[in-house]
Write a protein that binds this ligand. Structure first.
Ligand code: NAD
Length: 250
């Protein structure tokens, strides 16, 4: 028996990295999973689906741009049409572009805010409307260590992730009495394509203030996401759970 037997949900940004790890973990625990990511990442997203179905799990891919309201509304509808309900959602799609505050291009600022902030709000909006109809559910947003402290060279990303923390806490309080639990994870430096592709100097600087002096794994984040989405965390509402090797502990 798994924590998510008979339940269904979605994971955005599930073509790789943290999203793929949580999609696989939800399926391993019995959940049916809609894997959402950009159409341009179809090949990788379908690989996530394959990794689930070849182990007997249930999953489909739905191409989604989380910045587009129509896409997000259709994504939620696809979960319900395919599997009957939306019991869990991991709003995880995100992008990172680095640069000093005065040197970031305006278009990059707008894109980071659109994906990392508006994308999470749009997802919560349509997920909550569905969860209200069916009487409950659990939402986990991916914030970041950068949602809790400043991070050099990542101004718009830091701003968006701080805002995700605020949105999560606010929505959590608004809907808790409707049996909709909303929380967030705040990963530190996790070895995924987002970090692997950074220059070595930037990678080193991520580990410098961190007591464990290593990158975390996507599976370590997925464990926390599953706990927050499961009944085992039934008294946890509006939490921002750090999974960062102690980076924000001092
Ligand atoms: P990743 O780049 O592997 O995953 C991000 C995914 O989001 C990609 O598959 C990408 O295609 C998808 N995506 C981007 N824009 C999208 C859009 N408009 N619509 C739909 N999907 C979109 O990196 P990751 O590390 O797995 O990142 C997952 C989340 O974790 C992000 O929100 C990121 O900010 C956050 N995070 C990562 C770290 C880290 O160290 N890796 C730390 C803290 C937070």
């Amino acid at each position: 028996m798994g924590d998510f037997d008979g339940k269904a949900g979605l994971v955005s940004g599930a073509a790789g990295g943290i999203g793929r790890a949580t999609a696989i973990a939800f399926a391993r625990e019995g959940g049916s999973v809609v894997v959402a990511d950009l159409e341009t990442l179809r090949h990788q997203a379908e690989e996530t689906v394959r990794l689930i179905t070849e182990n007997g799990g249930a999953a489909i891919f739905v191409a989604t741009d989380v910045t587009q309201a129509d896409d997000v509304e259709a994504l939620v509808a696809a979960v319900v049409d395919t599997y009957g309900s939306l019991d869990f959602a991991h709003n995880n799609a995100g992008i990172l572009k680095v640069g000093f505050t005065a040197e970031i291009e305006e278009a990059d600022f707008d894109q980071i805010i659109a994906v990392d902030l508006k994308g999470v709000w749009l997802a919560m909006k349509y997920e909550i409307l569905q969860m209200q109809k069916q009487g409950g559910g659990a939402i986990v947003n991916t914030a970041s260590e950068a949602g809790l402290v400043g991070t050099p060279m990542a101004g718009p990303y830091v701003a968006a992730k701080h805002a995700v923390v605020g949105l999560t806490k606010t929505a959590a309080g608004e809907y808790a009495n409707q049996n909709i639990r909303i929380n967030a994870v705040a990963p530190g430096a996790i070895e995924t394509p987002m970090i692997t592709d950074l220059p070595q100097e930037a990678r080193d600087s991520l580990l410098a203030p961190q007591p464990l002096h290593r990158f975390g794994t996507a599976d370590e984040v997925a464990d926390a996401v599953l706990w927050l989405a499961s009944p085992r965390s039934s008294f946890v509402v509006g939490a921002i759970l750090s999974i960062d090797g102690g980076a924000t502990s001092n």
